[in-house]
Design a binder for this molecule. Sequence first.
Ligand SMILES: Cc1cc2nc3c(=O)[nH]c(=O)nc-3n(C[C@H](O)[C@H](O)[C@H](O)COP(=O)(O)O)c2cc1C
Length: 310
Amino acid sequence: MIDFSKKDIIFLAPLAGYTDLPFRSVVKKFGVDVTVSEMISANALIYNSARTFKMLEKSPMEIPYIVQIAAGSPEVAQKAVEILNDIEGIDGIDLNCGCPAPKVVGQSCGSSLLEDLPQLSRIVETIKKYSNKEYTSVKTRLGFNEKYPDKIALACENAGADYVTFHGRTRAGRYKSEIDYDAIKEAKDAVKIPVIANGDITTLEIANHVKAYTGCDGIMIGRGAIGNPWLFYQIKNGLKSVKKEMIKEIVLEHFDAMVNFYGDKGVTIFRKHLHTYSKSMSNASLFRDKINRIDCQVLMREEIEAFFSQ
Ligand SMILES: Cc1cc2nc3c(=O)[nH]c(=O)nc-3n(C[C@H](O)[C@H](O)[C@H](O)COP(=O)(O)O)c2cc1C
């Protein structure tokens, strides 16, 4: 289903609070090969949280669709997998081994697993054993404080992961330290399973450089796509820019998808996306001031239409 042999697979990174169903359905049109849910707490699934089940929903266009879980033990992972097994349309389960948030690390989840690779392996083995989905994968950083990408990649491979994605920072590097593409290459060279490179890929040029430099089987893009979902279209088609009219159409389509999914609440949630869509356009700060005070769907749509027609 994911043809890694092409070596040009593009994933949309999971970004909690951003890559929800409406955003994923917009980017899917631009040539993204694989979409991933926002991080889903395995415990929340087990406790039957309605909000968490809503986060699992996907658009029919999302094939293949991967659900990412955060789990701190094989027992919790098994229960979450058994719940996901009953949900159709999910093509893989990804284990989050990268989240640096103290709350997540404090529950022995996310990047905390990088301090205990045997435990990470046990959880991956459990997902692989109990899941009825096509793929078992891991999204990780290069290490907790130090970098040991080869060891992490091998632990994932030996535990049965089908592919692994490396965000080229340690947990200590949070979201700011310089991305280490050499270390991602080290991971790629250590294993036979496909390795996906992630971190600071924001342009066609960087995408091409990362692919060639690391030799990875694909790339994953997160923040570079926020306010810029057509980046995938540019990368797939080797284009440096897109037409203004296309931008207006996409912003409106994204807005409509938000309202469809969240109802009236979608209007206020969409403000953060409008902030990035309008960045670097003239009169952007005036526009932001205005939309920060609008709650009404109709008024918001009119403002968007007027601003992006300029
Ligand atoms: C706001 C935000 C939310 C994120 N949420 C998740 C998440 O739910 N799961 C995950 O594996 N990584 C998450 N990440 C990390 C990204 O998936 C990605 O690894 C990181 O941002 C580096 O890639 P980028 O430079 O392309 O954004 C998040 C990052 C940000 C900034």
